[in-house]
Write a protein of this length. Structure first.
Length: 211
């Protein structure tokens, strides 16, 4: 989590975290601001330690700053000097250890121009089940209850795609003047691998529910 000048990121991430925690999920870590390190998200081949952090849990959730193809951090914990103070798509491979779902509540990170890159890196090997986030800008205050709402829908038994779509549709709406500036409306995104065995689709992760 990166709360630094993203005033509702903590409400968002902690809403998600404690809603699942109260429902009996084991809580592993909750880091904000300078305690949130980019290396926690990055693979070991670029000097990261995701195997002890985001890839050591089933569900990881980040709220803070983002840009096309990346998320941002306030302090530098980069392992190899490339892409400092950010987690760039090329620095991640998720789910090759334990992670199934990654949610990034950040602006523009899942910009459609970078969809193939996220699939090629984050989903390499088809381990990760879903990467959730936004294609566009989001209004910071909309994030406030988004984490809780999303967790509630998952706990209600909605599939991951449906839960994310419903929660973001309900809670995220740019003010009209921002829509004019970017000529866009807030649009959520979910990226997931379709895994085939021969010609048969063996995993449709979009409908997966919490175990
Ligand atoms: Ca790096
Ligand atoms: Ca980095
Ligand atoms: Ca990994
Ligand atoms: Ca797992």
């Amino acid at each position: 989590m990166n709360y630094d000048d993203a005033p509702y990121a903590d409400d968002c991430a902690e809403g998600f975290y404690y809603t699942l925690g109260n429902a009996g999920w084991k809580l592993s870590f909750n880091y904000g601001d300078a305690l949130a390190w980019e290396s926690d998200f990055e693979k070991s081949s670029v000097g990261g330690s995701d195997r002890y952090f985001v890839d050591d849990v089933d569900f990881a959730f980040f709220a803070g700053h983002g840009d096309s193809g990346k998320i941002g951090f306030s302090t530098n914990y980069d392992g190899d000097g490339n892409y400092e103070k950010q987690v760039h798509y090329s620095e991640v491979k998720w789910g090759d250890r334990d992670l199934e779902w990654m949610t990034l509540v950040t602006c523009d990170t899942l910009d459609p121009d970078y969809k193939d890159e996220w699939i090629a890196h984050a989903c390499a090997g088809n381990h990760l089940h879903a990467l959730l986030g936004f294609k566009t800008k989001i209004e910071p205050s909309d994030a406030k209850v988004l984490g809780t709402t999303f967790a509630d829908y998952l706990l209600d038994g909605k599939g991951i795609k449906d839960a994310w779509k419903t929660a973001t549709k309900e809670k995220c709406d740019l003010p009209w003047w921002k829509e004019l500036i970017c000529n866009c409306k807030t649009e959520a995104a979910i990226i997931y691998p379709r895994v085939y065995f021969g010609t048969r689709l063996v995993h449709n992760y979009a409908q997966e529910t919490l175990p």
